[in-house]
Each structure stands twice: as structure tokens, then as C-alpha cells.
Design a protein around this ligand. Structure first.
Ligand SMILES: Nc1ncnc2c1ncn2[C@@H]1O[C@H](COP(=O)(O)OP(=O)(O)OP(=O)(O)O)[C@@H](O)[C@H]1O
Ligand SMILES: O=P(O)(O)OC[C@H]1O[C@H](OP(=O)(O)OP(=O)(O)O)[C@H](O)[C@@H]1O
Ligand SMILES: O=C(O)c1cccnc1
Length: 476
């Protein structure tokens, strides 16, 4: 689908206005960042970059798009002609998908003619906010599962087809092992996984007949759903009968799925029955409106679970369904000269960071342990000793001296005019990047409840530039 019209009307209205009022090719830089972490976490897992790059590479206005815009009777013919022949000339820098990113840090920047980059705001935020939200939720859920595979089961509850497909992709970036969503599995090379629904069991005269029919067709994929009638009185005993028959025929039974009731009590009793019957290797999968909180509770109770199937709470990030990433102007060329730009807000919290920027992750020297990030102006060289200022205006000890670190720049160019982009597209490689990046962060920042805040600083140059622009604004 061509997404060129997937924007808010005001972006076109501004672009048409820029076309009339400002030099056409003057460049602008916008930053994408967010301020608040979902679920009171301390970081977001950045995701959606592959789709951003694809959307920008295919960005074109079709003749009927132009006709539609003309029909609004808002825009000049010159501007519509500009759109009809538009080829984006934008440079995008971004941190790699899967990277944990903290509040206020630019995770993506776009530079290009002001008219063009203004038009991209809504689409870029749509792509990045959604996938980063779901990847972040999946990280929480898979952390709670402590290494047990999590299958993404959310297609039926996702808020529309796109949310199910790209949500499944993001879920894998955040740690899921597989998806039941066949389209997502095909598009992103994710293992397709699944069991059966209650309707299968109900479609046969009785549960045992239903299990036998399944086992006959899928003798090596027999994960039987045991809660249609009574988990312990019929579901597990019938599953054991079928497992014995499968074993006698030379097959290895997979296990059972429990989808209702007190999962801990049922899983403990089912485990005992399976073990007593000689099937200690049969796996128990749990599903039913699970999320990280329920999973933690189940595991704390000692529920002997091997796999999880997780739908609605993951695919909608139900407990915290919004990531409010924003797109803010950071610099503008005026007569060929760059000017840093700022939005000064009533609250310091919402005041933006001006200028072209770079984000560095700081490590203790010779180690893989990160202890802070620092946002710098893109053209400054980090000194060995930095009198850094907290990026969080709420922090009381706002100034610290940073020394003895190695610095890793996080933002790199992923798209430039005339160059084909090569961002990683292997979702499991991206998942691995996320996993490794997390092992380098302090463990306490990854707690699911009350995580430690990870320090993010500004260089003195960036902090001074921000203050200078705030002061200049107040003098006006
Ligand atoms: N031991 C447990 N500790 C905490 N939460 C649990 C436990 N067992 C199940 N849950 C969760 O409690 C919620 C409600 O479970 P409940 O027993 O009401 O399901 P159910 O109504 O039997 O299922 P269904 O409506 O699908 O038939 C679900 O989110 C489930 O995952
Ligand atoms: O609960 P989720 O995390 O979204 O996991 C997916 C759910 O989808 C199926 O339920 P179904 O649509 O058959 O409805 P049900 O709630 O009656 O089982 C399945 O049995 C799970 O319960
Ligand atoms: O395969 C399953 O068990 C499944 C898939 C989607 C939703 N619920 C269950």
C-alpha cells in the first residue's frame, strides 16, 4: 500500500504554506523521541525502522492522490504539481532496531527539504510508536517467562490487520519465539506455531475421539487442548490415552494446552498425571489473557509451565496501550545557514533539545557494562571529562562529572538520497541485538516493577545551547 496520504491534513496544509512562503529547498531536521515509558518501565525497545525505510523508499503520490488533494480546494496548483513529481531527498539517521532507548533520546532523525520532512511526521510516528510499543511489551512478557518460549497469539484481538502483522514482527523483536499469524510468519520468516481451538474438540462426538483424530493427522504435532470439558477429569486422562497410542506407534507426544481456570493448580495436577503416566517430556502450554504480571504470579506459585501462548494483552499492550513518541523540529536552514530550533513549553519537561544531535552509550572502560547515555551535538567531539547535565529536568542532582568511559555512538545513517538502504531485516538477528544490548544495561533498570532510572545526560554544549534559546525566547 502506498502510504503517502497517510498523514494528518495539517501536514499538507503546512507544506503547501511552506511552498508559498519559504525557499523550497531549505533543509530541516526533525527528531523522533518519546518522554514516558509504557508500564512504568525504564526504556523502550526501538522498532519499526525497516518499515520506515520501506515507506520512505516507496513514497510517491499517485495521480488519484493528487486529484483527491485538489478536490479539497485548499492547495495551490504549483504545490500539487510539486507533490505529483516528488521524489523524497531525505537523510535518515536511526539507532538500530531492537536497541533499548531512554526518554528524550532521539531514536530517529530526518533531514531534508522542510516541506518533505514535515509531510512525513504522522507516518513515521505511526510506524515507530506502534512497533516500539509492542516490542517493549513483548520484552516485559518474555522477561517474565524467564526463557520459556512465548508464542504470539494476538491476531484476532489486534486493532486491525496491520496491527496484527507488524505487532507480531515487533513481538519477536521483543523476545517472542513464534507467531500463530500466518501472514506475519510468511512475511518476516517467523516460525508459524499453534495448537487447536475448542471447536475442534466440540466437532467430534467426544473429547477422546477428537484427540485421536488430531493425532492421526498430526502424529508429531500433538499439542492437545485439554480444557473443553474438564481438565483433570477428562482432558488430561484422554490426552494420556492418546499419547500412549502415539508412543506405541513410534511418535513423540508434544504436550497439552490449558486455557482456563486456575492455571497453577491445573498445571501442577496435570504435570503429576503426565509424569505418573510416563510422559515427563510432554510440555504444558498456558494461555488465557496472560501478561507479564500473571506469568510472574504463575511461576512464583511454582506452576510447571513450559510454553506460553499470548494474545490480547501483548498485541494491544493492554495495560499501557500508548507510546507517545513525538516528531520535533530541531534545526532549520535559513539562507543556507543552519539555525537550531526549540519548542519552549510552559513545562521544562516538554521543552525540546535543539540542533543536530548524536546519542552515545557510555561504558565502563574495558567492560561491556553501560552506566549512562549522553546526548551531544552531532559535530562535537566528546571530551574525556564531561561536566554533564541531566537530560531529565526533574532530577535534583542535575550536574555530574563523567570520566573514564568508552562511548558508543548509537545513531547512524540508514537512508540517504541516491543510496539504497541496508537496514537489518532478519527479525531474530534484531531480537538478538536487543538481548545483547540489554545484557549491557544495569539489571536494575530492567526490573518489571519500579525499575531504576537509567541516567541520560546532555553535554554542556547542548545544555548551553538549549538554555541560550530558552533565554532568547524569554527576551522576545
Ligand atoms: N494461578 C493463577 N494466578 C493468577 N492468575 C491466574 C491464575 N490462573 C489463571 N489466572 C488468570 O486469571 C484470569 C481469569 O481466569 P479465569 O479462571 O476467570 O478464566 P476462565 O474464565 O476460567 O477462562 P475462560 O473465560 O477463557 O473460560 C486469566 O487472565 C488467567 O490467565
Ligand atoms: O487470551 P489471549 O492471550 O488473547 O490468547 C489467545 C486466546 O485466543 C483463544 O481464545 P478464543 O478466541 O477461542 O476465546 P476464549 O477466550 O473463549 O478461549 C485462545 O484459546 C486463547 O485463550
Ligand atoms: O494455536 C493456538 O493455540 C491459538 C492461536 C490463536 C489464538 N489462540 C490459540
Amino acid at each position: 500500500m502506498n502510504h503517502a496520504l497517510l498523514t494528518d491534513l495539517y501536514e499538507f496544509s503546512m507544506a503547501n504554506g511552506y511552498y508559498a512562503a519559504l525557499p523550497h529547498e531549505d533543509q530541516a531536521v526533525f527528531d523522533v523521541f518519546y518522554r514516558t515509558v509504557p508500564d512504568h518501565g525504564s526504556f523502550v525497545i526501538a522498532a519499526g525502522l525497516q518499515q520506515v525505510v520501506e515507506a520512505l523508499e516507496n513514497f510517491r503520490f499517485a495521480p488519484d492522490d493528487i486529484d483527491y488533494l485538489r478536490s479539497l480546494k485548499l492547495y495551490s496548483e504549483d504545490f500539487l504539481h510539486y507533490l505529483a513529481t516528488l521524489h523524497l531527498a531525505c537523510t535518515v539517521t536511526a539507532l538500530p532496531e531492537g536497541t533499548p532507548v531512554f526518554p528524550r533520546e532521539p531514536l530517529l532523525t530526518v533531514q531534508g527539504p522542510l516541506m518533505q520532512v514535515q509531510l512525513l511526521e504522522t507516518l513515521l510516528l505511526n510506524l515507530v510508536n506502534h512497533q516500539s510499543l509492542i516490542a517493549t511489551k513483548a520484552r516485559r512478557i518474555t522477561a517474565a517467562a524467564e526463557g520459556r518460549p512465548v508464542m504470539e497469539f494476538g491476531a484476532r484481538r489486534a486493532q486491525g490487520p496491520d496491527a496484527s502483522v507488524y505487532g507480531a514482527r515487533a513481538a519477536v523483536i521483543g523476545g517472542c519465539a513464534s507467531t500463530s499469524n500466518v501472514l506475519a510468519a510468511k512475511l518476516f520468516h517467523i516460525p508459524a506455531a499453534g495448537t487447536m481451538a475448542h471447536s475442534w474438540i466440540e466437532s467430534f462426538p467426544d473429547e477422546l475421539t477428537a484427540f485421536r483424530a488430531w493425532a492421526k493427522i498430526y502424529p508429531d504435532n500433538s499439542a492437545l487442548l485439554v480444557d473443553t470439558y474438564d481438565v483433570l477429569a477428562s482432558g488430561v486422562p484422554n490426552a494420556i490415552t492418546v499419547f500412549k497410542e502415539l508412543r506405541a506407534a513410534g511418535h513423540k507426544p508434544v504436550g497439552i494446552r490449558i486455557d482456563s481456570g486456575d492455571i497453577t493448580a491445573l498445571a501442577k495436577a496435570a504435570r503429576q498425571m503426565l509424569d505418573d503416566a510416563g510422559f515427563p517430556e510432554a510440555k504444558i502450554t498456558a494461555s488465557n489473557a496472560l501478561d507479564e504480571t500473571v506469568i510472574q504470579s504463575l511461576l512464583k506459585e511454582g506452576a510447571p509451565l513450559d510454553n506460553f501462548g499470548i494474545g490480547e494483552k501483548l498485541i494491544t499492550s493492554a495495560s499501557s496501550p500508548v507510546l507517545s513518541g513525538v516528531y520535533k523540529l530541531a534545526a532549520l536552514q535559513v539562507n543556507g545557514q543552519w539555525q537550531p530550533k526549540i519548542k519552549v513549553s510552559a513545562t521544562r519537561e516538554k521543552t525540546t533539545l535543539p540542533g543536530h544531535k548524536q546519542v552515545y552509550r557510555l561504558y565502563h572502560p574495558g567492560s561491556q557494562r553501560a552506566f549512562a547515555d549522553i546526548i551531544a551535538l552531532a559535530d562535537e567531539t566528546l571530551p574525556a571529562v564531561i561536566a554533564a547535565v541531566s537530560a531529565d529536568p526533574q532530577v535534583t542532582h542535575a550536574r555530574v562529572t563523567l570520566k573514564n568511559f568508552t562511548a558508543e555512538p548509537l545513531l547512524a545513517t540508514v537512508l540517504a538520497p541516491g543510496h539504497t538502504s541496508a537496514v537489518p531485516t532478519d527479525v531474530f538477528a534484531i531480537q538478538q541485538h536487543a538481548r545483547e544490548a540489554l545484557t549491557r544495561l544495569p539489571e536494575a533498570t530492567q526490573r518489571l516493577v519500579n525499575p531504576d532510572l537509567y541516567p541520560v545526560y546532555l553535554t554542556p554544549k547542548l545544555a548551553a545551547l538549549q538554555q541560550q534559546l530558552i533565554d532568547a525566547h524569554h527576551e522576545d
